[in-house]
Design a protein around this ligand. Structure first.
Ligand code: ZN
Length: 204
């Protein structure tokens, strides 16, 4: 179910559109003596961090799915420090620090590095993101900055083969560490998880 959102709100860069959903011709293949998930017509660029990524269109047009994250734009935001709302850099040019919104449940201890699948939010769009994001409305958010971050895991769906040899989903939306090479071969990645370093809450 998708939630309604006021039409005057910007359509966030990271949000998915129904027309961007594509068929996933999943299959298993043998590579170096191990079975791995692939597409029947896979391209090399559809793997990153040793895992196959969910295929999706990139038109950013049509019926927006407010509660769904677009896999490739989420990954791009994470890899390049881009804002989830506008898709431009969330790095403060004065301080070099990156602006990020966390839920308070996640940000309990600012001294510890913390994993998150939520992309950054640039300073200019913090207020808009807090208004527009249903998840952030449900859970009290904390606005902070970070000095750096590192990819550590992926959010995935795990697949196996049934008795008829058909590819079937066996686990939905679980985190898998980037070091878990065995599990990554059965996985379809949907979001990149990064570890935030040196969190500092923004006062006021
Ligand atoms: Zn922005």
């Amino acid at each position: 179910m998708t939630s309604a959102a006021p039409t005057q709100l910007r359509k966030p860069y990271v949000t998915s559109y129904a027309e961007e959903n594509l068929d996933l011709p999943l299959a298993f293949e043998w590579v170096d003596g191990m079975s791995r998930l692939t597409y029947r017509d896979a391209l090399p660029l559809e793997w990153m961090f040793g895992v196959l990524w969910a295929r999706c269109g990139t038109a950013r047009e049509g019926r927006i799915q407010w509660n769904l994250v677009h896999t490739l734009r989420q990954r791009r935001c994470m890899m390049q420090g881009l804002c989830r709302v506008c898709g431009k850099s969330a790095i403060d040019p004065d301080t070099g620090r990156i602006s990020w919104i966390l839920t308070s449940a996640l940000a309990g201890d600012f001294r510890s590095p913390w994993p998150t699948a939520h992309p950054p939010t640039c300073k200019a769009h913090v207020a808009e993101a807090l208004t527009a994001c249903p998840k952030l409305r449900r859970e009290p958010p904390v606005v902070c900055t970070v000095s750096d971050y590192t990819p550590v895991a992926v959010l995935v769906n795990l697949y196996g083969a049934d008795d008829g040899g058909r590819v079937v989903e066996i686990r939905h939306q679980i985190p898998v560490n980037l070091n878990d090479r065995h599990l990554l071969k059965q996985a379809l990645a949907t979001q990149l998880i990064v570890r935030l370093e040196d969190l500092q809450p923004v006062q006021g």
